[in-house]
Design a binder for this molecule. Structure first.
Ligand code: C2E
Ligand code: MG
Ligand code: MG
Ligand code: MG
Length: 282
């Protein structure tokens, strides 16, 4: 009986794997089409200076509104894109969307200091990645100071030295770099010494845990303290309550981002958000 169950489980497992592979392939094909047809868009989430509540900048987050599946979460389609060459097309799409949006904001007198774009380390494998990117930004007439990159690392780096060289080059073009999800991904303390980054984003798991347990609170404090010693700035992500925002401000964390302040928004919703007088106008 035990053997039979084992067999049945194994077959189930195999079918699961096959199903998963099929699903992944389907999504890859659909993502390619969606990128070609322009079916993705970008939302913007405010980052607030904790000291005075002013708008520090925004983070650009890719959105895929699938015609039949509904919204596909970025955690899924970014991973799919990273497994294929689609990550390059996705990165280019987001960059161009952001640059066009910055131009629109500037033309309408909407003051947004900078947009932080998530950069997958897989994107660096494209030949002449940094040069192409810098040329694209120039072609829109946008100052590189307005664009920052949040470095995300979902797997251990395959070529750390080459990655580092590319990031130094990116920085030398005037783009500020942030380490995203610090403390939760593959970035480690050694990277703080090697990477040309000025800001650490504390992973939201610590921020969330800070109200619940002492360890997450201590870890958050330690990251803010470490950043101060290294003359780096800190952003807390996933701030969901006023208590968290207050506590982070007292700690000396510079910037907060999270549902407590605002969710990621379409450019239209963001315009209404910045101009409360428009709320009842429409
Ligand atoms: P991330 O860069 O760490 O972005 C933060 C994520 O947390 C976003 O999820 C955001 O919507 C969510 N978030 C913000 N505030 C809160 C909060 O208070 N509570 C909770 N529970 N969540 C909050 P999202 O948009 O689903 O994106 C997930 C991840 O996908 C991002 O994590 C980023 O790694 C990746 N991603 C998104 N857009 C892009 C993109 O254009 N390019 C690349 N390479 N990756 C992207
Ligand atoms: Mg990010
Ligand atoms: Mg993050
Ligand atoms: Mg994250």
């Amino acid at each position: 009986a035990v053997k039979e169950t084992g067999k049945a489980d194994f077959r189930f497992y195999e079918e699961g794997m096959l199903e998963q592979a099929r699903e992944r392939l389907a999504l890859t094909v659909e993502l390619r089409e969606a990128l070609q047809r322009g079916e993705l868009d970008v939302e913007y989430q405010p980052k607030r200076n904790l000291r005075d509540g002013s708008l520090a900048g925004v983070e650009a987050l890719a959105r895929w509104h699938h015609p039949t599946r509904g919204d596909v979460p970025p955690a899924i389609f970014v991973a799919i894109a990273e497994r294929s060459a689609l990550i390059h097309a996705l990165g280019e799409f987001v960059l161009r969307s952001v640059l066009a949006q910055v131009k629109l904001w500037d033309a309408s007198g909407t003051h947004v200091d900078y947009v932080a774009i998530n950069l997958s380390m897989h994107e660096l494998s494209r030949p002449a990645f940094v040069e192409t990117l810098a040329r694209t930004v120039r072609s829109y007439g946008v100052d590189p100071m307005r664009i920052r990159f949040e470095l995300t690392e979902s797997t251990a780096m395959r070529e750390p030295e080459e990655t580092l060289r590319q990031l130094v080059k990116l920085r030398s073009h005037g783009f500020d770099l942030l380490i995203d999800d610090f403390g939760a991904g593959y970035w480690n303390l050694g990277h703080l010494r090697e990477l040309p980054v000025g800001t650490i984003k504390i992973d939201q798991s610590f921020v969330r845990g800070s109200g619940l347990n002492l360890v997450d609170r201590e870890i958050t404090e330690a990251i803010v303290g470490l950043a101060k010693k290294l003359n780096m700035r800190t952003i807390a992500e996933g701030v969901e309550t006023e208590a968290q925002a207050d506590w982070l401000r007292e700690l000396g964390c510079d910037v907060g981002q999270g549902y407590f302040f605002a969710r990621p928004m379409t450019p239209d919703a963001f315009r209404r958000y910045l101009d409360p007088s428009l709320v009842y106008a429409g």
